[in-house]
Design a protein around this ligand. Structure first.
Ligand code: URA
Length: 246
C-alpha cells in the first residue's frame, strides 16, 4: 500500500498533511528516509517510523462498548450515535456497530471495521447467541419459559427460534436473562409483549463467546484483546467449502 494512505489511515492527518510530513523527512521505512508519498510499503514486513516512533499498522480494529441508553447504534444520525462516543484517534479506522441495540437498550456492543467478521456474526445462519438481562413489568412464569423454549409468535406473525429464558426473580417486576439466536427488530421486547408483559429495562450482557466487561462504565469502550478477536473468529468460521461468506 502507498505510504501516504497507510499514514493517513493511522491518523497522521489527511493525505495532504501526510505529504507534508513525508517532505519534512521524519518518516522512515526500514531506517531509510522516505519522502515520496507514492512509495509502496508492506506494513506486515517493513518497519515504518515517524519521528523515530514505530507505526503499528492495524488493518482491522475491534472494540467492545458498554452502550449507554439514549444513543443510536449507527454510524450517522441526526441524534448522538455510538460513533460519537469514540475518541477521534479511534474513529479514523471507520468502525461501525455490529448490529443494533435499541436507543434505550444498554450493554455489549461490538464495533469494528472488519466487514467480513461483522457479517458472519450477524448472519442468521450462524445463530450467534445473544444474552440480555431484562427487567419485566409483570410476573414472569414457568409457562413463559416453556413458551420461549418453543418459540414465540410475534405481532407480525413471525415465529421466533427457541429462546432460553431464565428467571432471576419473579414478582410484580421480574428480573430475567433471555438468550436469543436471532436479531429481529425489537425482538426481546416483542417476545415479552407476545406473552402480555413489558420490558422496562434491557441490557445485553453476552454475544457469542464475549461477555460484557464489568469494568466498562456506560459509554466506555475498549479494544478487544487478540485472544477475544480469535475467539470471535473461531465462533463464526468462514464457510471455506464455498470459498465465500455463508
Ligand atoms: N431486543 C430488543 O427488543 N431490543 C434490543 O435492543 C435488542 C434486542
Amino acid at each position: 500500500m502507498r505510504i501516504d494512505k497507510m499514514l493517513a489511515n493511522m491518523g497522521y492527518g489527511t493525505r495532504k498533511e501526510v505529504k507534508k510530513l513525508l517532505k519534512s523527512g521524519v518518516v522512515k521505512v526500514d531506517d531509510i528516509i522516505v519522502k515520496d508519498p507514492k512509495t509502496q510499503v508492506n506494513p506486515s514486513e517493513q518497519t515504518v517510523t515517524v519521528w523515530g516512533e514505530e507505526v503499528e499498522y492495524k488493518q482491522f480494529i475491534y472494540f467492545m462498548m458498554n452502550k449507554p441508553p439514549g444513543v443510536i447504534s449507527a454510524t450517522e444520525d441526526m441524534e448522538e450515535t455510538v460513533i460519537d462516543l469514540l475518541e477521534e484517534e479511534d474513529r479514523v479506522f471507520a468502525p461501525f456497530p455490529v448490529g443494533r441495540l435499541d436507543k434505550d437498550t444498554e450493554g455489549l456492543l461490538l464495533l469494528t471495521n472488519d466487514g467480513q467478521l461483522a457479517h458472519q456474526l450477524l448472519s442468521p445462519k450462524k445463530h450467534v447467541p445473544k444474552t440480555y438481562f431484562a427487567i419485566i413489568d409483570g410476573e414472569v412464569t414457568k409457562e413463559d419459559i416453556e413458551t420461549f423454549r418453543r418459540g414465540v409468535v410475534l405481532d407480525d406473525g413471525y415465529e421466533t427460534k427457541p429462546a432460553k429464558l431464565v428467571i432471576l426473580s419473579a414478582g410484580l417486576r421480574s428480573e430475567v436473562e433471555v438468550t436469543i439466536t436471532e436479531g429481529k427488530f425489537h425482538q426481546v421486547k416483542r417476545m415479552f409483549q407476545a406473552v402480555g408483559k413489558r420490558v422496562v429495562y434491557l441490557k445485553r450482557i453476552q454475544m457469542g463467546p464475549l461477555s460484557l466487561d464489568p469494568t466498562l462504565a456506560l459509554g466506555e469502550y475498549r479494544e478487544l484483546t487478540e485472544e477475544e478477536v480469535e475467539q470471535l473468529k473461531q465462533y463464526v468460521p468462514l464457510d471455506t467449502k464455498k470459498g465465500n461468506l455463508s
